[in-house]
Design a protein around this ligand. Structure first.
Ligand code: SF4
Ligand code: SF4
Length: 767
């Protein structure tokens, strides 16, 4: 045994020990109860998950509830028997509330499962050792019940250099660890060797208070030549607090709010170490523990090794409980223990002591008095806190102040309340304040999580809306581009179209635009009237004629407008070649169609006068169309590519065609003997077409033709025939002349025919 220089612990008290009541006799095996109650949450963390069903037979050591996550601990059957109930059962808590548990009716056979001891543990990897400890259902047996496997799990940033074994057992009355160290020191040292292999610490320190000389001797003997340091500490409460023990053994101080691992240390209770030894070298899960049964109400105080789940009433009966003497039943010692609500509650893994006290042994605390600011509480606080200030803030529920004054560094040792002359139950205030703060923080955490979910939802909705808006905007822009392209196309192919008229029209253009619009409106009205009369079965001949005239007038007005607009259209720098080709193609098709119509009428053996007149009109149109077509190749550039047709030229072309059509219509009406009411509109339409042609020619820069208005009179049949012959002869000659492959003889015949036709017409006119 080495007595190394010790650190110092602030505060501390020396209450009466009362340890001799129970430490004089060896550990006794507790009798096997008929029923065992196994709560699912005997540890810090998530409750275990039952893996057996009611009515199922289980063996001693069999897993009955699996760990539910990392911070959880499994539960095993302490004896063989039958699962009789799973649900709420009495639980050792000051609240008296029930808790989920598995109830086993024992069969008295104590039939074990097959165990898997690992005497060869030195060949196991750390992870395998940890798995064995985890599967054995071990949590800290000294008090809080933190899962041991989690505590032992390696942390890359926190290398454990010092392993500390806590054998202080500083609380009065409790002697379980004392008897364990006396009787099972070999297992204790064996467990330390397992831990040393697992975490490979530089130092192993065992701390035992000097009021346990037998335990110190036993442990020292078991250590032998092993490099484990045994440190004997002066008896002082609460030297067994984890942070206080570290400070006593090493002089190092665990930072406020931190863990021993933060300074490279790890602390385990001696009972926990022995349980690790049993798990690895015997293959036994944690199904029992050593518990002190003490107090003046017991006739045979002792330490027992009892099965987890044994009702405390049965244990106390085994220790000779004198119920008439019993005043308070505490789980734990008088400093940190709490009153049990009934004798039905079971022993759990963290139950180190049952204190059955009489009224004289632990008299009720006197009524609390106001704080007198004596400062005694601060003197004894092992955590260097200001208990009176904490009490003051707890009364006012000043949570921020409580946290600022390190309430959560309080280990609830009760030293402050022990010395308080005003008998203020200080620890109760601290426990209540801690519970309030935790509950509030949980609520705030949930509220924060809800807020984050809400904001994430809002963000998601905003993104969806932005995407919709972007898609809508894209569709709008696409439609606008399509309309613009269509308008540009119309401007290129139909110069001067009303919808494409450029902004900033001249007065003349405005007048023409209005006139075109009015002509369209008048035409639409007339067409509606015609449709109305047609539906009623009335005589629509005259109305039809008017509609035709108005249509012609509208066409002419539009042509005039187109031509005028073409003069101000932005000069097409270079119209697409495709447009020029399109115009050429269109002209060719027009010529081909007219030729087909002419050919069809020419093939008639006995055409009527009307057909002859129609033929004459068609030939005129054909001649004009061919002339127009002849002009198109001249616009092609020298390279042979089609020359782009300017909007003005196209308007001019349309004006010419329109004029030819008006002439044909008027001629047709005159030949048909139209009356005085029908001819004026046709003549007006012809005049408008001439006017439109002038405008179109102006737009092209061509000099206006010297049109001579002829007041045509009806001609006789002979004259018409001669004129027709003359036109046909002229057209035939033109046709032959345009064709480079025409035979010279054919040309000669055609010229003679034309000459003859001219002579005949001249002779007829002179006569
Ligand atoms: S109960 Fe808390 S405040 Fe009181 S002495 Fe112990 S550690 Fe200090
Ligand atoms: S010991 Fe009691 S009376 Fe004295 S300061 Fe602390 S709380 Fe107040």
């Amino acid at each position: 045994m080495s007595r190394l220089p010790l650190g110092e612990m602030p505060g501390g008290i020396h209450p009466a020990e009362h340890k001799s009541q129970s430490n004089g006799t060896p550990i006794q095996p507790a009798p096997l109860p008929k029923r065992l109650i196994l709560p699912l949450n005997q540890h810090i963390g998530a409750p275990a998950e039952p893996c057996v069903a009611v009515g199922e037979r289980v063996l001693k050591g069999q897993l009955i509830a699996a760990a539910n996550g990392t911070i959880s601990v499994p539960v095993h059957a302490p004896t063989s028997g039958t699962v009789s109930f799973i649900g709420p059962q009495p639980y050792p808590h000051v609240s008296g509330l029930l808790s989920e548990a598995i109830v086993i009716d024992s069969d008295g056979l104590e039939q074990w499962i097959e165990l898997s001891p690992r005497a060869d543990y030195r060949s196991l990897a750390p992870a395998e050792l940890l798995a064995i400890i985890r599967a054995a259902g071990i949590n800290g047996l000294g008090g809080a019940g933190f899962p041991t496997a989690v505590k032992l799990s390696a942390r890359s940033a926190q290398k454990i250099h010092t392993l500390i074994i806590n054998g202080t057992e500083c609380e009065p009355y409790i002697t379980a660890d004392d008897r364990l160290m006396r009787e099972r020191a070999t297992q204790l040292i064996g467990g330390i060797e397992i831990l040393a292999q697992l975490i490979e610490p530089a130092d192993v320190l065992i701390g035992i208070e000097d009021n346990k000389p037998e335990a110190i001797a036993a442990v020292q003997a078991a250590i032998g030549e092993r490099p484990f340091g045994l440190k004997v500490l002066p008896t002082q409460y609460p030297s067994g607090g984890e942070k206080q023990l570290i400070q006593l053994l090493t002089g190092a101080e665990v930072p406020s709010g931190g863990l021993p691992a933060d300074i490279g240390m790890l602390c385990l209770n001696v009972g926990t170490v022995v349980a690790i030894h049993a798990a690895v070298l015997e293959g036994r899960p944690l199904i029992s523990r050593i518990t002190t049964l003490t107090g003046a109400a017991l006739s045979r105080p002792m330490n027992v090794e009892a099965l987890i789940g044994t009702p405390v009433g049965e244990l106390l009966a085994f220790a000779g409980l004198q119920e008439a003497q019993l005043d308070r039943l505490l789980l734990g010692g008088p400093m940190m223990g709490f009153s049990l609500p009934s004798l039905e509650v079971p022993l759990i893994k963290t139950s180190n002591c049952l204190l059955a006290s009489t009224a004289t042994e632990l008299p009720p605390a006197p009524p609390a008095m106001p704080c007198i600011r004596c400062g005694d509480c601060a003197e004894v606080c092992p955590a260097s806190l200001l208990p009176q200030q904490l009490h003051f803030f707890a009364l006012g529920q000043q949570h921020e102040q409580l946290k600022a004054h390190h309430l959560f560094d309080c280990i609830e040792c009760g030293a402050c309340a022990y010395v308080c002359p005003s008998s203020i139950p200080l620890v109760q205030y601290y426990r209540a304040a801690k519970a309030d703060i935790r509950e509030l923080e949980n609520k705030q955490l949930k509220a924060e999580q809800s807020r984050q979910r809400f904001e994430q939802r809002q963000e998601r909705l905003r993104c969806e809306q932005e995407q919709k808006d972007a898609e809508r905007q894209a569709r709008t822009e696409k439609a606008a581009r399509a309309r613009a392209a269509l308008a540009a196309n119309q401007t290129a192919t139909e110069p001067g179209a009303a919808g494409a008229a450029p902004a900033g029209l001249s007065d003349e253009q405005k007048k023409l635009k209005i006139a075109a619009s009015m002509a369209q409106v008048t035409l639409k009205k007339a067409e509606k009237q015609l449709a109305l009369y047609t539906d009623k079965g009335g005589d629509t001949g005259e109305l039809q004629a008017q509609v035709e005239q108005l249509r012609g007038a509208a066409l002419l007005a539009q042509s005039a407008l187109d031509a005028a607009l073409a003069t101000t259209s932005p000069a097409a720098p270079s119209a697409p070649v495709a447009d020029a080709e399109q115009a050429l193609k269109k002209a060719k098709i027009g010529v081909a169609m007219l030729r087909a119509q002419v050919r069809k009428l020419e093939q008639l053996e006995a055409p009527s006068a009307e057909q002859a007149s129609q033929l004459q009109g068609l030939r005129s149109q054909l001649a004009a169309a061919e002339q127009e077509l002849e002009g198109l190749p001249n616009q092609l550039p020298a390279s042979g590519e089609p020359a782009p047709a300017s909007p003005a030229m196209q308007a001019l072309k349309q004006a010419k065609i329109a004029l030819a059509m008006r002439r044909a219509e008027l001629k047709k009406a005159e030949q048909a003997g139209a009356d005085a009411t029908e001819l004026p509109p046709l003549r007006a339409a012809l005049a408008a077409a001439e006017q439109a042609l002038h405008a179109a020619e102006d737009a092209c820069g061509k000099p206006a033709p010297n049109l001579q208005r002829l007041d045509k009179r009806p001609i006789d049949e002979a004259t018409r025939t001669l004129k027709t012959e003359l036109a046909l002869a002229r057209a035939d000659l033109h046709k032959l002349e345009r064709n480079e492959s025409s035979a010279a003889q054919a040309l000669s015949v055609a010229r003679e025919r034309l000459q003859a036709a001219e002579q005949k017409l001249q002779q007829h006119t002179e006569t």
